[in-house]
Design a protein around this ligand. Sequence first.
Ligand code: SF4
Length: 340
Amino acid sequence: MKDFAGRSSLFRRSRSQVRAVDEVTLSLHAGRTLGLVGESGSGKSTVGRLLLRLVGTTSGEVLLDGSDVTGMRGKALSRARRSMQMVFQDPYSSLNPTMRIGDIIGEPVAFHRKLKGDDLDAEVERLLVSVGLSATHARRFPDELSGGQRQRVAIARALAPNPKILVCDEAVSALDISIQSQILNLLLELQQEFGVTILFISHDLSVVRHVSRDIAVMYLGQIVEFGPADRVVDSPAHPYTAALLSAVPEAKPSHGRARAKVLLQGDPPSPSQRPAGCPFVSRCPAAFEPCHVIRPEHTPVDGGGTVACHLQTSGPKLAGRPVPLELMRTAPREAPTESA
Ligand code: SF4
């Protein structure tokens, strides 16, 4: 759980607490990719930062190989940090413009793995080649490279300490579409080569699906759906997941049937004004009575994973099972407006 201090104002001296992440439980499996998807402000980047201990938890644990990272200090924390590296969104601001590429990648190799001289140069070259660049790039500066090449350097730098976990936070969002797929394929190849576990954070479900084995969907600081990527994308159980999918152009309907169309209206409420019941209730076209007052618990979904939605437990049934979203009238009756 993570609370941030809200803003104080002229009229209100005391600072309120804003809950950015609320009772999130996620497990990363070695060598696999977990996709974490949600709109801007959903709390997904805060989860990545909590994992790396770039911000502290308000309560709860972050376990790495069974040890709680949140209470670590000194050498133990430094070892844990080496095990978990991050690739940021903007390859233009995340690389020091005054350093040569060889030094940007060489610095963490020298610091964490104590390599020097020819061994260090050889390792920098190996990392450059593994991300699709060449030894000649070591002598260049970041502003001599394209956006895609810079992101490759950022990935090589993140891999330099031999981490167990790579957190990619909107790592392809700033890149052209054609370059995005190259970087996503590179991440898949590197996962095979280095065996690294990836937490892939993005607002774009189509991008997340491309690289993830499992997907967690986050809304207003909570995980609302989790499961195998194919099940989540082909048969979303939460109206919010269906809404995210509705925004993705569909070349060919999966399994020969059309996806549920859920059109999102308005913006999420402020995290400081959470609804008492379901966090999605103010925007959900399928909301019914209990949604306003009872917070839904996670329940298992056919095909794997869980969903936090009352439709699964007390909603309308078809042959004893929750009515699939595509059979419900989940699109609003009137054309959506900018502000609902
Ligand atoms: Fe919609 Fe209710 Fe399900 Fe929340 S619990 S997603 S409001 S149907």
